[in-house]
Design a protein around this ligand. Sequence first.
Ligand code: HEC
Length: 148
Amino acid sequence: MTRPTNTLALFAAALLGAIAIGVVYGHGDVNPQPVETEGLPELDERKQENPYREAGGDVYETAIRIGERGYQANCAACHGLGGVSGGIAPDLRLLEPGFDDEYFMSKVLDGARGMPAFDGVLDDEAIWAIKSWLDTMHEDAMEERYGR
Ligand code: HEC
């Protein structure tokens, strides 16, 4: 009678595996991931408007590139990959480039119901980089930038 034991052992192993995966991924999703902001001008004070969009050119392009990675690592778990929300949290593509800068900053710094506060967790540089990338996902920016 080894069969039932084996089945049970297998089942237990599978269950443990599933729990381990759940812990690793579940945790990793919400745990803040450091964002490497090298190449972006440092900010010496808190801004209410995206300083990198204002700077334009290479600085803005660098911010967009860094921001995409920062978003995928820290926000996508709730707000959706590519900024397309699955419904758990608001679709951030609806935020207006420029117009919603201040609102964006306050939400990210202070958090909200169901969302952790990122003040002191992510640098302002990283947060503005994320906003820079999100702006390119706004419907008004999509056609100009990506031709769709
Ligand atoms: C653990 C899940 C979670 C994570 C991680 C998360 N958010 Fe949120 N976020 C939410 C939820 C839920 C709301 C809606 C809160 C409410 O209804 O008040 C929200 C709201 C927001 C809002 C306001 C949107 C609106 O339309 O009013 C902004 C901006 C925002 N999040 C940005 C971010 C950014 C940027 C990140 C990554 C740095 C992030 N969030 C990470 C869950 C999350």
